[in-house]
Write a protein of this length. Structure first.
Ligand code: HEC
Ligand code: HEC
Ligand code: HEC
Ligand code: HEC
Length: 179
């Protein structure tokens, strides 16, 4: 009996970790949202995001302005410094094992920075059902999501007024969008 108990315990731990490896959603990259979120009819969220400064947040770190900001802080290369990447890319603090090959930090602040890792909710059958989508990892973001990055730790901080800033990045679904 004494020998069996640890074996069962180990088997249980192995099974549990296998199950959680399957259910921990992964970051897939904004490109995976494009096919369903680019048409006028659906509200072209992808195109609106692509034109926004969020999509350029990583590129920005290579600009002259970024170099000036970085140099003052003794940072040589803003695009490789954790002190800058922490807010200028998606899923900075997330383990690489939870990022699919289709994900790249070059997309800057992507859909999943605000809506959560998409591997499990991006399927049509899941997306169509809000509760299932949330269960599969979809976040419905609010002001708290924004102030993780829009705060005074930013060396170029500008006062953040949620309603105004939200209007600048608005990407609603038209009421007539297909359900
Ligand atoms: C296979 C098509 C498809 C893909 C891929 C897809 N979506 Fe969707 N998504 C939909 C549809 C359809 C809806 C509308 C659901 C409804 O209201 O019936 C939707 C709704 C949403 C909503 C609104 C949820 C709500 O209830 O307010 C968000 C946010 C969203 N998608 C984000 C994403 C993100 C981020 C990705 C990429 C990781 C993505 N979607 C990939 C089809 C898709
Ligand atoms: C992962 C970090 C992060 C999150 C989360 C985030 N942002 Fe941003 N946001 C940035 C960065 C970085 C920039 C600057 C990008 C650039 O200029 O290259 C930016 C730029 C912006 C801009 C453009 C400002 C300008 O002066 O050009 C607006 C508007 C904005 N964000 C609104 C929001 C809102 C609203 C939310 C929450 C719903 C949000 N952001 C969430 C990092 C973030
Ligand atoms: C705490 C999060 C955060 C960190 C850390 C951060 N940034 Fe930003 N950065 C932002 C946000 C948010 C914006 C958008 C400005 C705004 O509207 O508040 C931004 C904008 C910028 C801009 C565009 C100028 C502007 O005013 O819009 C540059 C350049 C920049 N950051 C460089 C850097 C560099 C270089 C580092 C590293 C030394 C860095 N950032 C670290 C959040 C951050
Ligand atoms: C900077 C954060 C941020 C990014 C990046 C972002 N979203 Fe959103 N998204 C939001 C917020 C906040 C809302 C809710 C807006 C509201 O409350 O009016 C939202 C709402 C939505 C909705 C529901 C709209 C509705 O009217 O029901 C869809 C669909 C959506 N986003 C898809 C996307 C897709 C696809 C991408 C990438 C191409 C993306 N979002 C990128 C913050 C973001």
């Amino acid at each position: 009996m004494k020998k069996i108990v640890p074996i069962i315990a180990i088997a249980a731990i192995v099974l549990m970790s296998m199950a959680s490896a399957e259910t921990t959603p992964k970051y897939v990259g904004s490109g995976k949202c494009k096919m369903c979120h680019k048409t006028e009819k659906q509200g072209k969220q992808f195109l609106l995001w692509e034109e926004s400064s969020h999509a350029k947040a990583y590129l920005t770190l290579a600009s002259e302005e970024a170099k000036t900001v970085a140099t003052k802080l003794g940072i040589e290369n803003a695009q490789t410094s954790d002190q800058c990447l922490s807010c200028h890319v998606t899923a900075f603090s997330v383990a690489d094992s939870l990022k699919e090959k289709t994900f790249s930090i070059e997309e800057g602040v992507g859909c999943e920075a605000c809506h959560g890792p998409g591997s499990d909710y991006k399927k049509m059958s899941i997306m169509k059902n809000r509760d299932k989508a949330i269960g599969a990892g979809l976040w419905l973001p609010d002001e708290n999501t924004c102030v993780k990055c829009h705060n005074k730790d930013s060396p170029t901080y500008k006062e953040f007024k949620y309603e105004e800033r939200l209007a600048e990045i608005a990407h609603p679904r038209p009421p007539e969008a297909a359900k």
